[in-house]
Design a protein around this ligand. Sequence first.
Ligand code: PGA
Length: 250
Amino acid sequence: MSRTFIVCGNWKMNGDTEQTLDIIKNLTQLPLDPNVEIVLAIPSIYIAYVKTMVPYNVALAAQNCWRTAKGAFTGEISGPMIKDVGAEWVILGPSERRIIFKEDDDLIAAKVEHALESGLKVIACVGENQEQKDAGLTEEVVTKQIKALVPAIGNNWQKVVLAYEPVWAIGTGVSASPQQVQEVHAAIRSWLSTNVNSDVADSVRIQYGGSVTEANATELAACADVDGFLVGSASLKPEFVDIINSSYFI
Ligand code: PGA
């Protein structure tokens, strides 16, 4: 099964109009591997602005959305709004939303369902924390998080990318090793094969996220079950282009 490599840069709450110009300029001036699907998850307030300057082969994502299309939810944005300003994707369930904003599996599942109903594609994030890793619970935690999403995804697996993001590797400069990543990604595929079906297990793309840099991207990209990256801090830097191109010779 050949799965298109997909790299998403998640700017998180970073960037302003000036920095945005620099980042986009960098992406337009250097050759990007045409075989890689490229997504930028930018602060939603800048989506319409960035849409006017982004290269045709770069799609945009929102970093969050609410679970319903409209209503009295001050400060929230909906799937239809995200589509309306030109983004095709939304990231849901990243550790910061789970930990800082106390989003649980049920809320994340409701958001995934709403996003898919709105016609968006979803990058759904899962990952264990340090304590859970030390207790040997990685697979259990990650598959429980995915299990909660299965009813919400239904028959829409082709519109979903899973992102394995161990909490202990996010923003720490300590990436999981290629062996660790491959082991977890293979375990996710095996769980999907048993609990969803083998087609989904073979076809769903699984990104790795957590301190991906130009220095470790090629080695991580070479893992059989790594189908792309969700990149935080390095996506704000020129090295993001090298990360996009990291699977070129594989
Ligand atoms: P990082 O963030 O690349 O800065 O570690 C990863 C993420 O949270 O997507």
